[in-house]
Design a protein around this ligand. Structure first.
Ligand SMILES: Cc1cc2nc3c(=O)[nH]c(=O)nc-3n(C[C@H](O)[C@H](O)[C@H](O)COP(=O)(O)OP(=O)(O)OC[C@H]3O[C@@H](n4cnc5c(N)ncnc54)[C@H](O)[C@@H]3O)c2cc1C
Length: 229
């Protein structure tokens, strides 16, 4: 299958939001949390990379991605160089990083572009009777809080959703949470034990949060994760 770029726009320094359409199909069905693989020939080699879907399923063939330009990386610079109308090879949606069924109160923990599958979760499930969701989102600076206005609007509209950004390098004007996501786990959990955790981002954060949760006594079945590296 091919994906055609419709538009791309900067969300923060080195991070773009991409709108694509799947070519030759009327609809692209997927479950929030799944990813597509994009593929291109680079210096004579086929390079394939996975990208979480940032949008909720629309019933049409459109979909959105959110990605980082990795300096010296192979595929991400190629994607940032795509112009509207250009195409790239893609797979059908794949992956098991999806909301458990039945869903229950959940803490979604992301760093950087690890936010991407959670945007899909929130857009798909909040308007449709979702359980309680807390989104704990770690980034360096305030300007790196991807989709901030959207998440703030969702928080105002849905009482079961809490949006908790935290900055590892806050500026002097920041009055919100500071430090790594691990610093806010206990507050997000409170006294609950009947809760699920979804972790997404680079290995260092995912491994760190998994061991913290295990030390707190949570079962590994309560923890789903997706590592980007
Ligand atoms: C299931 C899955 C879903 C993914 N979804 C996304 C997504 O939604 N958005 C996204 O930006 N990336 C995502 N990734 C990472 C993506 O597949 C690529 O690894 C990334 O774009 C780098 O590819 P590259 O060819 O440019 O770099 P490579 O030439 O492969 O260089 C790899 C280097 O990039 C680092 N790296 C990988 N991912 C990131 C990242 N996100 N931020 C910073 N450094 C990184 C690795 O640690 C490694 O050092 C996902 C990975 C997986 C496995």
């Amino acid at each position: 299958m091919q994906a055609r770029l419709v538009s791309s726009s900067a969300l923060a320094e080195g991070v773009n939001h991409f709108v694509f359409e799947a070519v030759g199909v009327d609809r692209l069905d997927f479950t929030p949390g799944q990813f597509v693989s994009l593929q291109a020939e680079i210096e004579g080699k086929q390079i394939t990379r996975a990208y979480s879907l940032a949008s909720a399923p629309t019933g049409g063939n459109g979909f959105e991605l959110c990605l980082n330009l990795v300096e010296g990386g192979r595929l991400s610079p190629r994607l940032f160089a795509l112009r509207p109308g250009e195409q790239i090879e893609m797979s059908a949606p794949l992956g098991t990083f999806v909301l458990r069924d039945p869903a229950r109160a959940s803490i979604l923990i992301a760093t950087g572009t690890g936010i991407t599958p959670f945007r899909s979760f929130l857009r798909a499930y909040l308007p449709n009777g979702a359980p309680e969701f807390t989104l704990l989102f770690g980034v360096r600076h305030e300007s790196n809080i991807l989709y901030r206005a959207e998440f703030e609007t969702l928080q105002q509209a849905h009482s079961q959703f809490r949006f908790w950004p935290t900055l590892s390098r806050p500026g002097s004007g920041w009055g919100g949470r500071a430090g790594h996501v691990q610093a806010h786990l206990e507050a997000a959990i409170g006294r609950r034990r009947d809760i699920d955790f979804y972790l997404c981002g680079l290995k260092q954060m995912v491994d760190g949060v998994r061991s913290a949760l295990k030390e707190m006594g949570f079962d590994r079945k309560q923890i789903r994760y997706e590592k980007y590296d």
